[in-house]
Design a protein around this ligand. Sequence first.
Ligand SMILES: [Zn+2]
Ligand SMILES: [Zn+2]
Length: 231
Amino acid sequence: MTSFLTHRARVHDVRLPLHRRHSALRTCVTLFAPYGFRATYHHLTLSAGIPRRLEADPDALVRAVEELHEARVLWLARAEEYVVQRRAEKRAGRRAVPNPRPWWLRSWWAGWAGPERAWYEDPCRHPSLRLPEYVRRRNALLDGADLPGCPACGNEGLPTSVSTGHSWVELCQGCAWAAAPCPCGQRHRLLPETPYGWDEIWQRAHMSDDGLPHPHWPEGRSAGCGRRPAS
Ligand SMILES: [Zn+2]
Ligand SMILES: [Zn+2]
């Protein structure tokens, strides 16, 4: 029994107080977070409509953990295939890690340095895809599918150029994915410091009790931080 499934069961358990179920959701997100921990939580608050006061809609926690679970099942299946494939390749004498490297090997531990780094800088910036769609998209690309647009979110608009002082990095308009790092090879902060407070996001200050984004949070910004939430 994996710890994810144990905690998922706790999120479902109506006998537990809501704050316990919410903290079980948190544990699930620490164990599987396609957009990184903070951005994945922010995404789930919007997609599952988790209200500011959990009592207003306890089922929102279940919707959130089920979206996460569905994405995790898809990822696990592909990750297991990958392990089998690697074993066969090693037996055949091919030890080098294939290119492209599976997306999950990057985004978990190297998120800060990878093309998804903006999602770590600002939890409001991430693809608006539901998590299972995101995992399907990344898996399909790994399998060689030719999908147009940003690898992460599919946005086909022109990227936005951001200065790093001595060069430029192009960011996807939809999700701030950086297709290529700064040519100097150093990490730079790619997004302006945003006035979000993580504690506020965690407590869903950006959400109303009806599970819809709060229209005025923070001052002058929408809950999607200037973007349309999941569509
Ligand atoms: Zn994108
Ligand atoms: Zn640079």
